[in-house]
Design a protein around this ligand. Sequence first.
Ligand SMILES: [Zn+2]
Length: 130
Amino acid sequence: MYQQRVGARAEYREQESQRVKDSATLARRFGQLKSLTVELTYYDPDRVSKGSELKYQVNLNGAKSVFRFNCPNAECVRGDFDLSKELAKAIAARQTSVSGEKTCRGWRSKTTIQTVRCHNVLRYKLTLKY
Ligand SMILES: [Zn+2]
């Protein structure tokens, strides 16, 4: 059973940021990768209202191979989007462009733990050069 604790959200984020910190940089793990650009668009669970959108070139020497993005829902508990597997798979297959969609598996807020999922959506596009 889940034990209600103050700061379940903060605790999770802290664990996750430690996991990111402990991972190798992209440059180190994927020596063959020369550049990576990400395009991200966030949507509400209904996929109708479009949230923030961003596009940037990843600094391969700074970014870590645990490649995750925070969920834009400020109340989300134990969710977020982890693209580490998608990225590793794309690089292994030498793909130059990968896009897809991830759904946040967290809880909508700390009062809906075990009842209502967050289900925010992240659409992503990765552009890779080797
Ligand atoms: Zn979420």
